[in-house]
Structures are given as structure tokens and as C-alpha cells.
Ligand binder design. Structure first.
Ligand code: NDP
Length: 279
């Protein structure tokens, strides 16, 4: 029978554990503060930022909110980041992406002090992940490792195929699976024979950004399938990059959308905030 990996339940469990860690820190007089910056009026970004603030409240992390107008200049944003870098009472800084087009995203990411880069996007943190040193890890891939571990899915020695090579999901995902001793293949839009390559996977991680593209033809019987995609279909229903109904009967385990990978991202962001003061 196919196991449905319950990201909602696992993320709640992680948030409960974090709440205990935060309360232990507080009893030693340590407070945690996350600064959240959003530029512009993108409705999806606003929803993400609100969810992050709610998670902070639940866990006991203080959040500082900076809601800046669309017209904010790159210099103004850089100045704010510099101020927050210098504040000893601020432990984490998060700039909600995407930023408006007139602002250079890479410049913003690299302006954040790597020790406060709780999104794990700064090249110093990416480099640490690459060479297996301590640092902040991008939240979605880190959440997927937790989903696998907490579902008792063994990774070492397994064939893992990651579809997607973005800096936020695909690449750090591949590095984490390598760190967990999987044999890793990374696929992208130029990969030839995608179906055949995917069919080799014991663990198939899909981050393509194409609604329901992955059908049973891509999946080996008994594989574990992790669906990172989030989309609204023609009926405004949430769906992933995987055609769930077609694929699920062939898997040993699968993440649903919603309720799979999605809830893990915020839980791991909170984990990064707590780790930033425990280090
Ligand atoms: P990107 O668009 O940055 O990357 C997509 C990747 O898929 C690229 O590497 C691209 O290849 C590859 N790709 C596109 N089309 C094909 C194809 N036909 N065959 C093979 N590979 C292909 O997306 P992200 O990594 O940012 O996100 C992926 C998905 O995950 C999206 O649906 C996004 O919404 C979702 N997401 C969900 C999160 C969550 O919390 N659950 C968090 C972040 C993202 P190439 O490099 O050659 O262009």
C-alpha cells in the first residue's frame, strides 16, 4: 500500500519541538528575533510573509515586519539590510522573494550577513553546504530531508533523481541527498531521455514548476516520490508537478499537494532561526 507522507503532521511536530527549544532558551534569557522584509504588493508573497509571522508567534520568536512600497530603491533596501546586520538584537533577516524588477536580487541576497541568512541563499552558506560544513541550508530541501527521515525512508545507497536545478530547490537538494549518501542524478530542461532517467530512481524528487507533468511513465514501481511543485489548476485547485492520481498507486510513498512539502518550508525556516542562536 502507498504511504502518504503527511507534511502537515511532521511540520507540526517540528514546530512543537522548536517551541520547547525556544522556551528553554528563554529561560536562559535568550530571545530570538527575525526581521521579515517585503517590498511591493505581490499577493502570494503577502500570504507567505503572514504565514511566517504566524509561525514565529506560535514558536515564540519575535518578528519585526518591514512592509516597503514597490517604489523602494535598491539603495534604500540595502541600507535597511545593513542596519539590521548591525543590530545585535536581530538574529535572522529574510527578504521575501521575488523583489521588484528594478532591484538586483543577487545583490540583496549577498548583502545579508551570512550568520543572519536564515533562508540559506548566501553563497557562503551554499558553499558550506557544498563542502559539508555547518551553515544555513535552504529551507525547502532541508524540509524534504526531514520528511524522508521522519517517515523512516532510508536514503543511503539509494538511486535518487532530482528534477530541477534551481539555486533554491534543485541544487541544494542534490547536495543534501549526496550528504545523506544517496547516488544522485540531477535532471533539467536539457536532459535527454528524462523518463528513462527518472525510472531509475528509488527516490524521485520533482521540482520542475510544470503542473502534473510527471505521470506513472516516469516512475519505477515502488519508488518514493517527493513533489515540490505548487500550482493552481484550471479549477483553482492546488496541485503539484506530479500527476498524483496516476502516480500514487505505483509508489511505496508519496507527498500530496497540498500537505506534503509545502508546510515543511516554514518549519525549517523556524528551525534555522532557532539554530542561529543555539550555535
Ligand atoms: P525553477 O523554475 O527555478 O526551476 C525549474 C527547474 O526545472 C529548472 O532547473 C528547469 O531546467 C527544470 N525544468 C523545467 N522544465 C523541464 C522539463 N520539461 N524537463 C526537465 N526539467 C525541466 O523552479 P523552482 O526550483 O524555484 O521551483 C520548482 C517548483 O517548486 C515550482 O512549482 C515552485 O512553485 C515550487 N516550490 C515550492 C516550494 C515549497 O515550499 N513547496 C518552495 C519553492 C518552490 P533548466 O534549469 O534547464 O531551465
Amino acid at each position: 500500500m502507498t504511504k502518504i507522507i503527511d507534511g502537515k503532521q511532521i511540520s507540526s511536530q517540528i514546530k512543537e519541538e522548536l517551541r520547547d527549544r525556544v522556551s528553554a532558551l528563554r529561560s536562559r534569557g535568550v530571545e530570538i528575533t527575525l526581521a521579515v522584509i517585503i517590498v511591493g504588493e505581490d499577493p502570494a508573497s503577502k500570504v507567505y510573509v503572514n504565514n511566517k509571522k504566524k509561525a514565529c508567534e506560535f514558536i515564540g520568536i519575535r518578528s519585526l515586519s518591514y512592509e516597503l512600497p514597490e517604489t523602494t530603491t535598491e539603495e534604500e533596501l540595502l541600507q535597511l539590510i545593513q542596519d539590521l546586520n548591525g543590530r545585535t538584537d536581530v538574529n535572522g533577516i529574510l527578504v521575501q522573494l521575488p523583489v521588484p524588477k528594478h532591484i538586483d536580487e543577487q545583490k540583496i541576497i549577498h548583502a545579508i550577513d551570512p550568520k543572519k541568512d536564515v533562508d540559506g541563499f548566501h553563497t557562503q552558506n551554499v558553499g558550506s553546504l557544498c563542502v559539508g560544513q555547518k551553515g544555513f541550508v535552504s529551507c525547502t530541501p532541508a524540509g524534504i530531508i526531514q520528511l524522508l527521515r521522519r517517515s523512516d525512508i532510508s536514503i543511503a545507497g539509494k538511486e535518487c533523481v532530482v528534477i530541477g536545478r534551481s539555486n533554491i530547490v534543485g541544487k541544494p537538494m542534490a547536495l543534501l541527498m549526496l550528504q545523506e549518501n544517496a547516488t544522485v542524478t540531477v535532471c533539467h530542461s536539457r536532459t535527454e531521455n528524462l523518463k528513462e532517467v527518472c525510472k531509475r530512481a528509488d527516490i524521485l524528487i520533482v521540482a520542475i514548476g510544470k503542473p502534473r507533468m510527471i505521470t506513472a511513465e516516469y516512475v519505477k514501481e515502488g519508488a518514493v516520490v517527493i513533489d515540490v511543485g505548487i500550482h493552481r489548476d484550471e479549477n483553482n485547485k492546488l496541485c503539484g508537478d506530479v500527476n498524483y492520481e496516476d502516480v500514487a498507486p505505483h509508489c511505496s510513498a508519496i507527498t500530496p499537494v497540498p500537505g506534503g512539502v509545502g508546510p515543511m518550508t516554514i518549519a525549517m525556516l523556524m528551525n534555522n532561526c532557532v539554530s542561529s542562536v543555539e550555535a
